[in-house]
Design a protein around this ligand. Structure first.
Ligand SMILES: [Zn+2]
Length: 208
């Protein structure tokens, strides 16, 4: 993606995440893949609802050389890991949405088989990544093998990550994941609900 368009996209989706209540305070980080083997990522310590295009940070995906802007997000290592390991990934969104984080605090797995929509957007399984310290290479490593096949991750005692071909897709997945977490939390309060039957799950997955 060309520089100016890429910068506008990140500013736009940062604002949308903030307005939808998917990110609060100075938390979270978003990135996208640019032309020339670079990524554009949000700077450290800035509210995602108030990003400034010229302060976004460019990083060379291979060499990690910072090419412009301020201090990159502390979660840069796992963003780089996705771009290196998954040629299909064009954007990464990491936030701490309220209901996802409540379940992550309780180490409770998200259950996409609760609704057809969740299966379609998020796949059959959302990996629960064991806790590691935020902002470290350990966190990038802890994602492990599911990095190759999942587009949504719950980070134990921390938050959530979604990826997509572009920021729009990664954003929609984060929204869908938080909606699922909210449903799951609330249905648990009224006695719980069963997952869709296996044959229906298989049918929906075939229709993707
Ligand atoms: Zn975080």
């Amino acid at each position: 993606m060309k520089d100016e368009k890429a910068r506008k996209e990140l500013v736009h989706y940062g604002k949308l995440l903030y307005e939808k209540g998917l990110v609060s305070g100075l938390a979270g980080n978003i990135s996208l893949r640019m032309e020339g083997g670079r990524m554009l990522i949000t700077p450290s310590g800035v509210c995602k609802g108030m990003l400034e295009a010229e302060k976004l940070v460019e990083i060379d995906i291979a060499t990690e050389e910072v090419e412009g802007g301020g201090r990159p997000s502390i979660e840069t290592p796992f963003h780089l890991a996705f771009y290196r390991g998954r040629p299909d990934v064009g954007a990464v969104v990491h936030t701490h949405p309220e209901f996802c984080t409540v379940l992550a605090l309780a180490s409770e797995r998200l259950r996409p088989a609760l609704t057809p929509e969740s299966l379609l957007y998020l796949g059959k399984e959302i990996p629960l990544i064991p806790y590691t310290t935020p902002g470290t290479e350990d966190l990038a490593r802890s994602i492990g093998e599911p990095m190759s096949w999942s587009n949504a991750y719950l980070l134990e005692k921390h938050g959530a990550i979604t990826v997509g071909r572009d920021v729009r897709e990664a954003f929609h997945r984060m929204e869908a994941m938080e909606f699922l977490a909210k449903l799951q939390y609330r249905v648990n309060l009224i006695g719980g609900a069963a997952d869709l039957p296996q044959n229906e799950v298989a049918r929906i997955m075939r229709s993707k």
